[in-house]
Design a protein around this ligand. Structure first.
Ligand code: G3P
Ligand code: CA
Length: 480
């Protein structure tokens, strides 16, 4: 069994400071992908499944049957709780007595290995769980740590708990000796092949001093009581009881560059919730449910991360009351002016038509985006509303035969053209108020007809205004 990727990233470093840097990068990845994202964190960094006491929901805990089943189901790690016999052999057992999981009774530390080797460690399971009972479980024994390592070698990853060091003096040294003799820790070992967990921080601190590269997890019953900054000085992660754990704890642990491995998670709903919170692994009695949840979250994350391409938008004119174009099928296309949402519509067969409440002023800057079902939003397509409306026919003031200019009013900034027949005799640009004054090179004879048009900045031309030059004298007479 390969060492999982997340641990591999921690492994191939001899230098403790480098290792911390890599942890920081990992944690940053988690943080970046959390939320929209962290679901995405789970796509990039698989959450570890740790078979709690083996696949102990289906086979008697801490027996070779439970460990074999966990391996077959594809667990990332097999968890072993350790006890120390009277004659100082490490055995795989959770309780400090043999009462619950064998037909015998007594404290583990009061019995020799030969006494323990006679015990039936499987029949209790058949009696307690008749629906999962198997004949072969009746003959199961309590394995020693050596039995487990000799059987699996490096084909599995070990997650070992140092239990009750006060009841088992010397258990930590004994464990390190066994692991070293099998080259599972030390200079030639693959980092992460073994993880050591304990509620006892002194044991972990002592191990950290001797083996600074060994991956250590500080267990805790109450997450809120864990001093994360202090734990980060000797451990790589925390193993909280998840029942009272909040999402913020995961975030805080990551801020302290600590992995989060929760125990003991046995239902799919909680597994998925915790994965979505960004945890890095969980202990479970049911590896198959763990795998199912892990895969479902990976699939969901993968589906969720791809945003649609940015929409292709057809030209929007100032007389249009629709925005049309193409975008990913079934995506929601939204038109905004600045931060204001104007309207949206869902694409059908890759096309969209969005109806606006009113026409838009020429020059308005619009952004058009497409969002898929997972709310991934595309880059925005920027469109400027095109001016397609001609200026109104210019107003031109009365002209006399001794005038040398044509004056009037039109759209601000429009270009005025004055013609006599087909000949252009004057041009001018209207000011901000729209007023214009076009100078003539010569006086115009009374009775002549001139035409005046206005052209806006976009080249739209108004209809003609026709004016007739009047005689100055006649006009005066008329006014008298
Ligand atoms: O090791 C994590 C978890 O297993 C702690 O609980 O009592 O099952 O060893 P326990
Ligand atoms: Ca345990």
């Amino acid at each position: 069994m390969d060492v999982p990727n997340i641990i591999k990233k921690l492994c191939y470093n001899d230098d403790g400071d480098d290792m911390k840097s890599i942890l920081i990068v990992l944690v940053l990845c988690f943080t970046l992908f959390s939320g929209t994202a962290k679901a995405a964190g789970t796509t990039n960094n698989k959450v570890l499944i740790i078979a709690h006491r083996g696949d102990s929901g289906y086979a008697p805990e801490h027996t070779m049957a439970a460990y074999n089943l966990a391996k077959e189901q594809g667990t990332d790690y097999i968890e072993l709780d350790l006890g120390l016999t009277k004659d100082e052999h490490l055995i795989a057992i959770h309780d400090d007595t043999i009462d619950r999981t064998t037909l015998g009774s007594g404290l583990v530390n009061s019995l020799t290995l030969s006494e323990i080797s006679l015990l039936n460690a499987g029949s209790w399971f058949n009696e307690k769980f008749p629906d999962k009972a198997k004949q072969e479980y009746n003959g199961l024994k309590i394995p020693t740590l050596e039995d487990v390592i000799n059987h699996f070698g490096t084909s599995i990853n070990y997650y070992i708990e140092i239990k009750n060091p006060e009841e088992y003096p010397g258990i930590t040294d004994n464990l390190l000796k066994v692991l070293e003799s099998h080259q599972l820790i030390g200079n030639n070992a693959i980092r992460g092949k073994v993880i050591i967990e304990s509620f006892d921080r002194n044991s972990l601190k002592m191990i950290h001093k001797k083996y600074p590269n060994l991956v250590l997890i500080q267990l805790g019953d109450y997450p809120e009581e864990m001093n994360l900054a202090e734990i980060a000085t000797y451990a790589d992660g925390v193993g909280p009881n998840y029942s009272t754990m909040k999402k913020e704890f995961v975030e805080n642990a990551h801020k302290n560059h600590l992995l989060v491995h929760c125990w003991t998670v046995n239902n799919e709903t909680d597994m998925k919730k915790l994965i979505s919170w960004g945890i890095d692994g969980f202990f479970t009695n049911y590896v198959d449910i763990g795998k199912k949840s892990q895969n479902a979250m990976i699939t969901a994350s993968v589906k969720d991360v791809t945003a649609p391409s940015k929409p292709v938008v057809n030209q929007i004119n100032d007389y249009d009351k629709k925005v049309t174009g193409r975008a990913e099928t079934s995506s929601t296309v939204t038109v905004k002016a600045g931060s204001k949402v104007l309207a949206n519509a869902i694409t059908k067969a890759g096309k969209f038509t969005i109806t606006l409440k009113s026409t838009l002023k020429a020059g308005t800057k619009l952004s058009v985006t497409a969002a898929d079902h997972a709310k991934n939003v595309s880059d925005a397509t920027i469109e400027i509303v095109v001016d397609k409306t001609a200026p109104r026919t210019p107003t031109v003031y009365q002209m006399k035969n001794n005038d040398k200019k044509v004056t009037g009013k039109t759209e601000p900034g429009a270009k005025i053209t004055v013609k006599y027949g087909k000949k252009v005799i004057a041009t001018a640009r209207a000011g901000k108020s729209g007023k214009f004054s076009a100078k003539l090179k010569s006086f115009q004879k009374a009775g002549r007809t001139l035409t005046v048009t206005a052209m806006d900045m976009s080249g739209n031309i108004s209809t003609k205004r026709t004016i007739k030059i009047v005689n100055k004298t006649a006009l005066k007479r008329h006014l008298r």
